[in-house]
Design a protein around this ligand. Structure first.
Ligand SMILES: C[S@@+](CC[C@H](N)C(=O)[O-])C[C@H]1O[C@@H](n2cnc3c(N)ncnc32)[C@H](O)[C@@H]1O
Length: 204
């Protein structure tokens, strides 16, 4: 099954709070985005945003240049519906992050929680990094959260990569200066835990 069909199927059968990656609020992501972008005029893109409440929380905080990209049309529709009128303030892109057309130097902050680790094919990771390098302007920030070294080996039935900070930063290369990394134990809605790793980089 291709990536789009897989994720559309996941979101068609599961409620937003019944997936392992669900949390009511993405606190770590929010804190890092606020650190990267103190001005609410910053352009923020959430890649693989799915049905998460990050976009809701960014709108409440006053961010007005928000883009949500996801390969699943179903997930984007659910999130748009939840936001009602506020959805009009968001730029929505349905597409694969490795190939979706993104404007050059368009974003101050790139956020990804639990998407990059699905790229098990090195060629897809290279395409992803090319996209970030093109879309984020110099001086902007990149926040990527993946499963950590002790995280699960699979998610949603798919094989995933697990990263420590050096390995993840190594995928991005020298133009991305690693400012900070942190690990987090995510409590799934099923009472289990998953180790996540976050890298916070500045684009030179
Ligand atoms: C594990 S979920 C994480 C969702 C959200 N970031 C969160 O933390 O709640 C992974 C998300 O990435 C999306 N996704 C997977 N591969 C993708 C790709 N190649 N391009 C864009 N989105 C992708 C899926 O549709 C799904 O919404």
């Amino acid at each position: 099954m291709d990536t789009k069909s897989h994720w559309d199927k996941v979101y068609a059968v599961k409620a937003p709070d019944a997936v392992s990656w669900y949390r009511p609020h993405l606190e770590t992501s929010l804190a890092l985005i606020e650190r990267a972008a103190s001005s609410h005029s910053a352009a923020v893109i959430d890649v693989g945003g799915g049905e998460s409440t990050l976009v809701d929380d960014l709108l409440v905080r006053g961010y007005r240049k928000i883009t949500v990209l996801d390969v699943s049309k179903t997930a984007i529709e659910v999130t748009r519906k939840r936001l009602e009128e506020a959805a009009q303030q968001v730029n929505w892109i349905t597409g694969d992050v490795t190939e979706a057309p993104l404007d050059a130097d368009a974003y101050d902050v790139w956020h990804d929680r639990a998407v990059f680790h699905f790229l098990t094919n090195p060629a897809h990771r290279i395409s992803y990094v090319r996209q970030v390098a093109r879309a984020v302007r110099a001086g902007g920030h990149v926040i990527v959260g993946t499963f950590g070294p002790e995280g699960p080996t699979k998610c949603s039935g798919l094989e995933v990569m697990r990263y420590d900070a050096d390995l993840l930063h190594g995928e991005f290369g020298g133009r991305f200066r690693l400012v900070e990394s942190s690990k987090e134990l995510h409590q799934t809605p099923f009472g289990t835990t998953q180790q996540f790793l976050y890298c916070y980089c500045r684009v030179e």
